[in-house]
Design a protein around this ligand. Sequence first.
Ligand code: FAD
Ligand code: MLT
Ligand code: ZN
Length: 476
Amino acid sequence: MNRYPALLSALRTIVGEAYVLTEGDLTGYELDWRKREHGKALAVVRPASTEQVAAVVKACAAAGVSIVPQGGNTGMVVGSTPDASGTQVVLSLTRMNAVRTLDAANLTITVEAGCVLQTLQEVCEQAGFLFPLSLASEGSCTIGGNLGTNAGGTQVVRYGNTRELCLGLEVVTAQGEVWSGLTGLRKDNTGYDLRHLFIGSEGTLGVITAATMKLYPLPQSQLTALAAVPSLQAAVDLLGLAHRHLSAGLTGFEVMGQFALRLVVKHFPQQRVPFYESAPYCVVLENSDTESDSHARSQLERLLEEALEKGCVTDAVVAESMAQARALWHIRESIPLAQAQEGLNIKHDISIAVSRIPDFVAQADAALEQAFPGVRLVNYGHLGDGNLHYNVQAPAGQDGETFLREQENAVNAVVYALVDAYKGSISAEHGIGSLKREKLEKHKSPVALGLMRSIKTALDPHNLFNPGRMLAARDH
Ligand code: FAD
Ligand code: MLT
Ligand code: ZN
């Protein structure tokens, strides 16, 4: 028997019978992408408009039932699925996926929160524009989720995180009011910039229903190269050269450790992965050029020539076609999937000043190998932004679940103590969710935590939105 029959009936009246799901297989809404926690929803509610979202919020608030906003459910930190209580409503935004307007002269597009990122990229490209946010989950993540997490991805080195790409939001507040902030203005200093409170708030402050995002001209040429580098320090040196040679043309700079590439070869044997057997790290780099293919190529070749001369690159290949470029990017994007196939793992989404990353990794590798003999380190990520996915897989032959149960806290303690020592961040782009909530308390200053709690209490006094995520429920 369902609890809250009056609320369920009200929700059915608001969104329609077919869009309040309480029975059948709800795994896609209740289990997080990494399969870390399987929650239980009171109902999954799928509104079709901002007005419906507002009415759902009011009905849930009146019944004292909390709401978990959800987009594509690709988040990495267990923030978009319900807890196990069976008393939370999952508010899935995926039916709200329309592109509302594209203003070519203003270089903006206004889109609903449930629009899948790849759809948005394609709509923009068909109109002759670039929407540069790019993540391996783009086939299913949504722009609302990207804003909710302030997602990063592979183009941040040039275009910034989702926050930098957003000019305005429409949000349903905890009172069920609609804040219409879809201005598309590039300058607006009329008080607090509310949009920045909601971006990266992981569904804890309000429901984003639409957003106005920046567009860029499509580049004339996008060239991708894969370079083998003899060390992480060499990769950092290559990044310095790439900034100097390519300037704003440098749109991607991703590093991949040898074991990460081995996992790709193991789980996706159809992929051809150059250089990985002989190089400890490989780098994917991308040059986007406003002039021409030949200009882009000569720039990239000059960069690689100098890098080879200086010894920071030992071998390199430049894609000759779009298909080859996609294949190189596909190697990088396959790493999280290959890692998931290898088994449960401990993810560390960390950022550190680029200049200090080689020392950090040398120290962390040594400390982990000593404390957990045989441990397998899957190191890759957005080196151009100082963001590493410094992940830890159980020793070969050991069950991932047991390893996580027995060692996750100890592994985290080693890595995060070093992150602190290097003045880095314990979450560069994935957010906090419930997986990192307790870690946030240890690694964020009391002053910062106090300000965060004040904001939560002011905007969501009854803890309606995503309670227990990011901040402990008792905190406000
Ligand atoms: P969900 O997972 O549904 O939700 C994420 C959070 O946002 C939750 O807290 C949720 O409550 C909140 N939320 C969702 N929609 C709304 C809304 N409309 N209003 C308010 N809050 C909302 N992340 C990166 O940053 N960079 C990467 O390179 C990257 N690569 C990935 C690769 C793979 C293969 C996978 C599986 C994930 C990757 N991610 C990456 C993580 C994930 O895709 C991003 O966090 C993404 O932004 C989540 O979008 P989503 O629509 O799936 O959101
Ligand atoms: C990535 O960059 O591939 C993602 O952030 C996903 C991950 O860390 O696994
Ligand atoms: Zn990433």
